[in-house]
Design a binder for this molecule. Sequence first.
Ligand SMILES: Nc1ncnc2c1ncn2[C@@H]1O[C@H](COP(=O)(O)OP(=O)(O)OP(=O)(O)O)[C@@H](O)[C@H]1O
Ligand SMILES: [Mg+2]
Length: 473
Amino acid sequence: MTNSAEKRILLVEDELSLARVYEEYLRDEPYVVTHVDTGKGAFAELASGGQDAVILDLRLPDMNGIEILKHIQANIPELAVVVITAHGSINTAVQAMQLGAADFLLKPFDPERLIYTLRNALERQKLSQIVQVFQNEFDRREYEGFIGSSLAMQAVYKTIDAAGPSSASVFITGESGTGKEVCAEATHARGPRRDKPFIALNCAAIPHDLIESEIFGHVKGAFTGAVADRDGAATMADGGTLFLDEICEMDQGLQAKLLRFIQTGTFHKVGSSAPLKVDVRFICATNKDPRQEVEVGRFREDLYFRLHVVPIHLPPLREREGDIMEIAHSFLLQYAHQEGKAFQHFDAAAEQAITAHPWPGNVRELQNTLRNAVVLNTGDTVTLEMMPQLQAAGGQSAVKPASMSDDGMTTPGQSTDSDGDASMKDASITPMWEVEQNHINRVLDLCDGNVSKAAAALEIGTSTLYRRMKEFK
Ligand SMILES: Nc1ncnc2c1ncn2[C@@H]1O[C@H](COP(=O)(O)OP(=O)(O)OP(=O)(O)O)[C@@H](O)[C@H]1O
Ligand SMILES: [Mg+2]
């Protein structure tokens, strides 16, 4: 039995007499030393794992110790390696340090040298592990596409850390523009399916009569227009993740089919009765309150419980203290770079207005505001005048925050869009929505009505564009 405070040291030294000497040097230290005298033996020990440090003689009968060092760096980088080189081969020692060795010892060395070199290497290793844990656990300013170090987001990152590796269904809620799609992608990226497909399907964007075929595929002749067999999202996501966005928009008949698919992993294509089996992980998202949707009978309760295994709620931007300016700075630099502009800073009034604004459209609204400011202006400092959306009420927002129910969800049916300030209904000012509507129509015309192309040109998501078009209708 080894004491948990004892460190496990692997000693790789081909000369038996020297190995005995080193073991003797370390006798009073809290270490359990395992000795091997060949490179092959070292690889075997490393494969079984559990070591904290390696003392590695570089000259071995069956290989150069550098090979072992490279293997450790590539596969077990947290392991502290102290290399031993013959006197006069300082170049080799330097090479070993460059390859990530913690320290080196030149033969011959006295007991003190060995003891302290090893102690320090282990201490540094412990510190770097603590720093790593600290960075992972507490102070993540960025995480898989998210920016923001607020406590509220740290909790989200932790949940994704924990949920990513499993296959449990994840149910993401949050107001529009809070990063639900970013969250779905992050969950996929943090799990073992990361190299497999991530297939996103927007249940609101696809016409109801086509969505079943979009999910499950169809066979030739299944319906008018089905000119050939086609795979659906379920097949494409096999081995990976199926992201069902705006899940609450799915119609009831299809909800029953989806439930069966989740329960059994089997489904059949539209127009076929042959069952197909796939292995997919489900992630879904909605900007509605799913429990309320269940209560009013629009969303099946059994489906809700199947999918609602790991809930992740993305807080609205206005509740992420500190994140607003972190995200704003990041977007400012990104857009300035893309547009070839010099913008670097916000002046005090601009910063005050950004912080005070309730951001009903959340991160997406912040993106749009800053992109407009960067595209339409020049200079290195963003002023309040460059963000007329925020200037409307003298730094105070003219936009009301989305109405919230007790659990922090947007109340369904209530638009999060601006309804404007009565004092601003000046005939000379075109309201924002109208500017946006005209702009979207113009781009759609330019793209011959192709929504994906238009969305790409506008640098927004296809689903966002669909939603905007629906709102305008
Ligand atoms: N924390 C964040 N840091 C940086 N960018 C973010 C963050 N959250 C969201 N974004 C960006 O904001 C935009 C909106 O995010 P996303 O599409 O994931 O939101 P959503 O919640 O799915 O919105 P909707 O309900 O409208 O579909 C995207 O461009 C995304 O990359
Ligand atoms: Mg989305």
